[in-house]
Design a protein around this ligand. Structure first.
Ligand code: AMP
Length: 548
């Protein structure tokens, strides 16, 4: 028996229509360095219509890829909704990819148009001659004449192009399973892999993002979107904001702690999202120059494990709640969010908040051991996390329809490569990436646990732990430390840090090898780049202190 319900597709065109009418007074603003330039959702609607008309004029139709090479700003937000709403496919390029990877993903996705920020033109100009399918470049917030176009490529000014367009567009409501946007993984090994989101997956995901069980922002909020729009589907923030009417604050290129704190002081966002590295910088900035940031009611942090010391510092010194979340490019990215159960308090509540959190009903999760068996959710058994659901990718994009990395999928489940445990009431704790776990004498040491613990020491700004070869134990941890200003590197400091860990780990887990570095190498999305750290170690670039 079929239902009597209407079969209305979950289309981003419908979301745009809703946001620009019934949520028309909400605002997107972009920091200019001294203030903001603003655009209401109503204006976002007319700008989207103009952009869609312009793109259609350039020959873009349903399914064609339109790329962005931009900071988080008003124009990027317009592209984020207008491109899928017209039936084309948005591809936000990661401006920090290595050049050969950037060229690879743009060619692989067969991007036809790229919208580029003026300030990024010098960088983009180096790539453009190698972008084989790009026919048009639209320059926003800058001088189009500054870009020399290779043969066959036309350069347009965003402002002039849009000014010449009608401010209405008949956005088609297309099959909800159609491609809406694509994002490549920022993996540090091999070529980046493409994930293609659908209208349906983005719609359902946005509904989850605004649920109080997840990020839960509303039209009372002003959401500071520090996470780049090119990282992991922008954590779902743009579509969730359009759906909830939440105001959005875009930092543009002002991503250093100083400018971030300045824009917070002026704009007083209530909500923010970024990886831990950004918040580490903000904490250091606050220590140097205190400022009231209690206007932030929630800060969502994910992308890497959040050190408990960071959560405590924000809560206890600044009254700001950090909400720990886990996800991946492949999972749209929302996987789990760590809201503690309502009936716990004190240390028990904190223990829940340290975890990667609970999954929503739409994301099914299981843990699988090396031998392929599913392990119980008993809060102790470890296994690789596998997930499935309507916003989890079922494959990687292959232009020829082939299969990329089929071993990343297991009988309809996505293999995340993350190792963890799940409690009977559904809280996930990730122990490590499977490739980062340290295998010492047949036992496992979690690099993340060591990092989190060392980062709890007042002299430590950042710590990254890698496994290094050891004759006796196969592998042992090497702790790379970035000290705060004023602390002295050396054997004494290493000894003190080891002592600091002594009551937190079994004796055999305590690291002997320590190295003091100026900076932990970071990936294109600001995570610790352990591959580069391993290479530095292998090349003999790290001076290692070994404690007896
Ligand atoms: P990306 O696709 O760049 O977002 O990377 C996804 C990966 O980041 C995951 O598979 C995890 O290894 C890692 N990750 C994301 N969130 C967390 C978290 N809260 N704790 C630990 N690792 C995380």
């Amino acid at each position: 028996m079929l239902s009597t319900m209407q079969d209305e597709p979950l289309s981003l065109a419908t979301l745009l229509r809703y946001a620009s009418t019934f949520r028309g007074d909400s605002v997107v603003s972009t920091w200019t360095g001294t203030g903001v330039r603003t655009m209401t959702f109503r204006e976002l609607g007319t700008e989207s219509a103009r952009l869609a008309n312009a793109l259609r004029g350039l020959g873009i139709g349903v399914g064609d890829r339109v790329a962005t090479f931009m900071w988080n700003n008003n124009e990027h937000m317009v592209a984020y909704i207008a491109v899928p709403a017209m039936g084309a496919v948005l591809h936000a390029l990661n401006i920090r990819l290595f050049p050969e990877q950037l060229v690879y993903v743009a060619n692989h996705a067969e991007d036809q148009v790229v919208i580029v920020d003026g300030t990024l033109l010098p960088m983009f100009a180096q790539y453009l001659p190698n972008l084989k399918t790009v026919r048009h470049v639209i320059v926003a917030n800058g001088d189009a004449a500054a870009l020399e176009a290779p043969e066959g490529v036309q350069v347009h000014s965003y402002t002039e192009l849009l000014a010449a367009q009608p401010d209405t567009y008949d956005f088609p409501v297309i099959d909800e399973r159609s491609a809406a946007a694509m994002c490549y993984t920022s993996g540090t090994t091999g070529d980046p892999k493409g994930v293609v989101y659908s209208h349906r997956s983005n719609w359902l995901h946005a509904m989850q993002v605004i649920s109080p069980n997840s990020m839960g922002f509303t039209d009372f909020d002003k959401v500071l979107a520090i996470v780049p729009l090119f990282h992991a589907n922008a954590w779902g923030l743009p579509y969730a904001a359009l759906m909830s009417g939440a105001n959005v604050l875009m930092p543009d290129r002002f991503l250093q702690p100083g400018p971030l704190l300045e824009m917070m002081a002026v704009e007083k966002p209530t909500f923010a999202a970024a990886v831990p590295t950004i918040w580490g910088g903000v904490l250091a900035g606050l220590a140097a120059q205190p400022q009231d940031i209690s206007h932030l009611r929630t800060v969502v942090v994910g992308g890497s494990a959040v050190p408990p010391a960071m959560m405590h510092a924000f809560q206890e010194k600044y009254g700001v709640r950090i909400l720990h979340a886990w996800g991946m490019t492949e999972t749209s990215p929302l996987g789990s969010v760590s809201h503690p159960p309502v009936d716990v308090s004190g240390d028990e509540e904190w223990a829940y908040r340290y975890t990667q959190g609970r999954f929503p009903a739409t994301v099914q999760a299981r843990l699988v051991a090396d031998d392929g068996t599913v392990v119980p959710n008993d809060g102790e058994s470890l296994g690789e996390l596998q997930v499935r659901g309507p916003w989890i990718t079922g494959s990687y994009y292959a232009p020829d329809g082939g299969s990329v990395d089929p071993e990343k999928f297991d009988d309809g489940w996505l293999r995340t490569g993350d190792v963890g445990k799940i409690t009977p009431n559904g809280y996930l704790t990730l122990v490590d990436r499977s490739k980062d776990v340290i295998k010492s004498g047949g036992e496992w040491i979690s690099s993340v646990d060591l990092e989190n613990a060392v980062m709890g020491h007042p002299a430590v700004a950042e710590a990254a732990v890698i496994g290094v070869p050891d004759e006796k134990w196969d592998e042992r941890p090497l702790v790379a430390i970035v000290l705060k200003e004023g602390a002295e590197p050396g054997a004494d400091q290493a000894g003190e840090l080891r002592e600091f860990l002594a009551d937190k780990f079994a004796k055999w887990q305590l690291p002997e090898r320590w190295t003091f570095i100026a900076e932990v190498p970071k990936t294109s999305v600001g995570k610790f780049d352990k591959k580069r750290l391993r290479a530095q170690f292998a090349d003999g670039d790290l001076e290692v202190t070994t404690l007896g």
